[in-house]
Design a protein around this ligand. Structure first.
Ligand code: SME
Length: 151
């Protein structure tokens, strides 16, 4: 996949002020899922007001029951408190993991910061075992930085 091409597309989407925030986030999910083979579910979670929980935002992929995730629970909830990327090569090896689909083999979660505060994250599931590299991390950090400009 061509991350440079995707970066320019993401910047283009973010810059489109005619579109709602919701729509732009959805379009980012769409383009990532469509162009990266190992991205099978792509979505955003955001801090739910002043509660210590995450709420599902725009996503593409199978619907999930996990619309609300308490801080500390699952990979997403852990990133909400660690403020660090979490790359999971094999979800079966994780104790603190919330399964959405049995077809998922790996996951990556990268936090979104606004004014230094962790306000949400991008979450990607893969059906491919151990697919994520530092290239994915750098790319997704770029995506999160672009998204942070909208929040
Ligand atoms: N697997 C995540 C839950 C969210 S789904 O992947 C959509 C977790 O453990 O936090």
């Amino acid at each position: 996949m061509n991350f440079e091409f995707l970066k320019s597309k993401v910047t283009e989407i973010v810059s489109n002020t005619n579109d709602s925030l919701e729509n732009r986030l959805y379009q980012i999910c769409e383009i990532l899922e469509a162009h990266v083979n190992h991205y099978d579910w792509v979505g955003f979670y955001f801090k739910n007001g002043d509660k210590n929980e995450l709420k599902l935002g725009p996503y593409i992929g199978e619907p999930t029951d996990h619309v609300i995730i308490p801080f500390g629970k699952g990979i997403c909830g852990q990133v909400a408190v660690s403020n660090e990327n979490f790359v999971v090569p094999d979800v079966a090896a994780q104790d603190n993991y919330i399964a959405c689909s049995i077809t998922v083999k790996a996951e990556i979660v990268v936090p979104i910061f606004v004014n230094g505060l962790n306000i949400g994250q991008i979450d990607i599931d893969s059906k491919t075992p151990d697919p994520f590299t530092t290239e994915d991390e750098r790319f997704l950090e770029f995506v999160c930085f672009e998204v942070s400009k909208l929040l």
